[in-house]
Design a protein around this ligand. Structure first.
Ligand SMILES: Cc1ncc(COP(=O)(O)O)c(C=O)c1O
Length: 379
């Protein structure tokens, strides 16, 4: 057979690749503008609407006007800015940790963190449904990777019992990004204590939404600042910006400053973004956005209890579809009815576990939620 050399021949099914490029979109509050129409957006991770919050935007605009757009270099060369140190102090205080380190994005943060933390003598124990960045970081570290069934603490414990390494690291999402369910943070910390392990917890989707002041699952479980905990989070979701952070003890953060290759060898965040994220954290404390979001989650659940929603109390409300075709068809039907709800399919989720990933925002109105619920019932 003649080989097609327009792409590497070892990429299988390039032509039939299942991830389609979406039409160009632009968001405006909870609306998303496609080329030909405007839909109500139920797909964003901007759970609190901070992406367009007036004080967040005006802070960023003001800082860009004064100090420019990009940082111009890695933080360790000449790209540092006082806004970074301030945001690190703010994040550490919010998350109840001794210290914080900023990094370019959640993806960069997780890849760099596991590479920095683990060695080829380490055992990493990872939930099977962890975000891709945690899996990639574990692979890059060259540690032995053991994946346990999703949220199965007994399976995790039996792996820990069998480990002969003295460098044990448990790695888990907090709120799981495609399922909306949660790690049992208290149980993970207890296992760390019992088996002399560290916990790397990525609560990208819990931060801003869950716990006192939106400080995430560790705040709710009362384990903030635990000596065995290294937590990561992103500014790209509930905080409405871009970039990421990790919080831990001062000794761990100092060690990461020396080792985190994805920060050392990468351009620092735009300083205006850091300045704006400090204001977003303030908005989290001072506004009622989190309560509004919780109200919307409750109304959505009350209106849709008869649908096959995966169990979730978070803004991520996946509706089970099973096959790719069912998920794509449902997403297209919703689009015709005026709603933007993406179909999530393999490889993002396992084969046969396709779903609609509905995400709720504090900015959705009761009318938006009622209209979506009606459309879901017509599917
Ligand atoms: C659990 C989790 N961790 C990390 C990331 C990556 O964060 P970022 O978008 O800041 O790269 C995501 C999503 O994008 C996520 O869902």
């Amino acid at each position: 057979m003649e080989r097609d050399n327009t792409a590497p021949h070892w990429w299988q099914n390039t032509a039939a690749h299942s991830r389609r490029r979406l039409p160009a979109t632009q968001q405006d509050g909870v609306h998303i503008n496609l080329a030909d129409r405007t839909l109500i957006n139920f797909s964003s991770n901007d759970y609190l609407g901070l992406r367009q919050h007036a004080s967040v935007i005006s802070t960023a605009t003001h800082y860009i006007t004064k100090h420019g757009l990009g940082s111009g270099a890695s933080r360790y060369i000449s790209g540092d800015d006082p806004a970074f140190a301030q945001l690190e102090r703010d994040c550490a205080e919010w998350k109840g940790a001794q210290a914080c380190l900023l990094v370019g994005s959640g993806m960069l943060g997780n890849i760099g963190l596991l590479q920095a933390l683990a060695t080829r003598h380490s055992d990493i124990f990872a939930d099977r449904l962890n975000h891709a960045s945690l899996l990639d970081g574990a692979r890059l570290s060259r540690a032995h990777l053991h994946r346990y069934a999703h949220r199965d603490m007994a399976a995790l414990e039996s792996l820990l019992q069998r480990s002969s390494s003295d460098q044990r690291i448990i790695v888990s999402d907090g709120v799981f990004s495609m399922d909306g369910d949660e790690a049992d943070v208290g149980a993970l910390i207890a296992l760390c204590e019992r088996y002399d392990a560290w916990l790397v917890l990525d609560d990208a989707h819990g931060n801003g939404c869950i716990g006192a002041q939106g400080a995430g699952l560790t705040a709710e479980a009362g384990v903030q600042g635990h000596s065995r905990l290294i937590e990561c989070g992103t500014f790209g979701k509930a905080l409405g910006g871009y970039g990421a952070f990790m919080v831990a003890s001062t000794a761990v953060i100092e060690g990461l400053i020396q080792r985190l290759r994805t920060a050392i060898y990468s351009t620092a965040l735009p300083p205006a973004m850091a300045k704006a994220m400090s204001v977003a954290l303030e908005a989290l404390r001072k506004t009622g956005l989190r309560q509004q979001l919780q109200g919307n989650i409750q109304s959505f659940l009350a209106l849709n209890q008869d649908l096959p929603l995966l169990p979730s109390r978070t803004p991520i409300q996946p509706l089970w579809m099973g096959t790719d075709e069912a998920a794509l068809h449902a997403s297209a039907q919703l689009r015709d009815a005026g709603f933007f709800v993406p179909a999530i399919r393999p490889p993002t989720v396992p084969q046969g576990a396709s779903r609609l990933r509905i995400t709720l925002s504090a900015l959705h109105t009761a009318a938006h939620i009622a209209a979506l619920s009606e459309a879901l019932h017509k599917l």
